[in-house]
Write a protein that binds this ligand. Sequence first.
Ligand SMILES: [Zn+2]
Length: 242
Amino acid sequence: MITTERDREPSPSLEVCPVCGNDRFMNQPVLWPELIEQWELSPDEVNYINLQQGFCCTSCKNNLRSMTLAAAVTNAFGFAGSFKDFCLNHPGIRQLTVIEINPAKNLSPFLQVLPKRALHSFPQFDMQRMSFADALIDVIIHSDTLEHVPDSRAALAECRRVLKPGGHLFYTVPIVIGRLTRARRGLPPSYHGMPGANQEDCIVQTEYGADFWCEIFEAGFREVRLTSLMFPASVAIHAIKT
Ligand SMILES: [Zn+2]
């Protein structure tokens, strides 16, 4: 039997979960044939998107995308411990106004302990025209929501408008890194969420590619940092209002 370099690659893993500090993980593929076909994904792309959404901590159940988002937040504040400890104990975040747009999956229970955190649900909460005054919010978090917003650039510009100077936006979107971003306008409808659910708020407006960062600058941000725990399976975006 011939062993290739690829066969010798270890299974993907992390030392510890950045959310809760646990060191055990499981991997459950989440993509289904219809979505793979609509998204026109290659086998490699299927593998890394399955990791992004289905590689989970066995304790807190956060997936790679949420773990990466958590790491982006703690990195931004120079905190070396878990996201759980950060939310419970770090004065730097506990005094800030935090809004979560749609629950950030299993990160949400950890964010709930923050004294000034509020949850807003898309699409009832219009990300393109937020009901906040200018420069009111310290931190905005959303996870795999922007790809469902009809005008994602307007949504990012709104995030920037409502952030205080020095405020932070943290988010994720699904990214297929080997291609360019495309709008699904004019293509058959494609839905995330559960197979066959086809809810209108899960309809995909934008499929992000390697140029995902362009619209952040087009929306007016001038400082952007990326965090990846496994590239290209996970990238979290941190934009700062300078
Ligand atoms: Zn965990």
